[in-house]
Design a binder for this molecule. Structure first.
Ligand code: PLP
Length: 385
């Protein structure tokens, strides 16, 4: 199998699996219990929190473990809106993940004004539009760090500067950026930031929200005192242990992995451009997480390409995993101005730690023939516009 869908999820790193198995076998205590088996688990969780914090250049008290990246996004937005009832406006972008857009839609129905900042053809937000959208009622700006479909990286530091000049809080969804580019909360200057373990070779069902010290937001889940009362409920101890180990490995070898992945992705990109006529690259040429390659193959349906690749054991995606089953055209691709038929011909390939040069060779051996064959039987004329 050649797995090129690392933006959907990453395989569990064997070292993470080993650590999780060890924990499962050795520890069952409730971290809230005061006797030794509970304390031991609490200490292990504190260690994981410290490591996740370190990977983000944060302090451990600024990390709240959650159930997913989606939950972290929901938490950030609702936490801020609930905290400042007198400010009922938020600003986000048209290309956010549904974890943001659906909450924004929900809040709109509750009377919150939401402004959606448009993006250019590379998927970069319009900073002038963003600046002009701020009013004294703006509570929060939430703009993602790296887009899941295109990889485009947003100018978060500039957004933070604009926000601070106007006394507005900033959240960034860094779920796709974490592990693929530097995610340093001090450098970025954001107040809130979401991450998820299963995008960094950790387990599914665990995420974290960074909340800058001094930023007070409402709790998300009410109950016990877990996660400082901000997200009550007995901790997903096994998930947190896995997240901590994944973060430890990221700190240790993330940079080296990234350099290698970027080289592999570049050779795949070049190979596609050299061998497949009219393949159109989508996304920012430079400012993007380089593991992500999104190509349109005008005249074809992406599903047909995906299924043909699957018969060769190659896994790619037609968009974000969450919208894969929907008939709708990707909101990200339509936001960058792709016509629906071009958007529907778009395939995302996302590389990761376990890809090899051999994987790239397999794709470059199979893909050009598949595209050519599909074009021969396709009723559409390839059209690049
Ligand atoms: N935000 C972005 C940009 C994502 O790509 C994803 C998942 O694909 C999420 C949020 C949701 O994360 P999770 O799968 O942990 O809920």
């Amino acid at each position: 199998m050649v797995y090129l869908d690392n933006n959907a999820t990453t395989p569990l790193d064997p070292a993470v699996a080993e650590k999780m198995c060890w924990f499962l076998k050795e520890h069952f205590g409730n971290p809230s219990s005061l006797y030794p088996i509970g304390r031991a688990v609490r200490d292990i969780i504190t260690g994981a929190r410290e490591t996740v914090a370190k990977a983000l250049a944060a302090h451990r008290n600024e990390i709240i473990f959650t159930g997913s990246g989606t939950e972290s996004d929901n938490f950030a937005i609702r936490g801020v809106i609930d905290t400042f009832p007198e400010k009922n406006e938020i600003i986000t972008s048209t290309i956010e993940h549904l974890a943001i857009l659906r909450v924004a839609n929900y809040l709109e129905k509750k009377g919150v004004k939401v402004t959606y900042v448009p993006v250019d053809r590379f998927g970069t937000v319009d900073l002038d539009f963003l600046k002009d959208s701020i009013t004294p009622q703006t509570a929060l700006i939430s703009i993602m760090l790296a887009n899941n479909e295109l990889g485009t990286i947003q100018p978060i530091e500039q957004i933070v500067k604009i926000a601070k000049d106007n006394g507005v809080l900033v959240h960034t969804d860094a779920v796709q950026a974490f592990g693929k580019t530097d995610v340093n909360v001090e450098k970025l200057g954001v107040d809130l930031l979401s991450v998820s373990a299963h995008k960094i070779y950790g387990p599914k069902g665990v995420g974290a929200l960074y909340v800058r010290r001094g930023v007070d937001i409402c709790p998300f889940i009410q109950g016990g005192h877990q996660e400082r009362g901000m997200r009550a409920g007995t901790e997903n101890t096994i998930g947190i242990v896995g997240f901590g180990e994944a973060a430890r490995i990221l700190i240790e070898r993330g940079r080296k992995d990234r350099d290698r992945i970027e080289k592999l992705a570049e050779s795949l990109k070049k190979g596609i451009e050299d061998t497949i006529p009219k393949a159109k690259f989508n996304g920012h040429p430079e400012k993007r997480v380089k593991n992500t390659l999104n190509f349109s193959f005008p005249g074809l349906e992406a599903e047909a390409i995906l299924l043909a690749l699957a018969t060769k054991g190659i896994c790619v995606s037609t968009g974000s995993a969450c919208s894969e089953e929907s008939e709708e055209v990707s909101h990200v691709l339509s936001s960058i101005g792709l016509r629906p038929e071009i958007a529907r011909s778009s395939v995302r390939m996302s590389l990761g730690r376990f890809n090899t040069d051999g994987d790239i060779q397999v794709v470059l051996r199979e893909l050009p023939g598949i595209i050519e064959k599909l074009r021969q039987i396709s009723a559409f004329e390839p059209d690049e516009e």
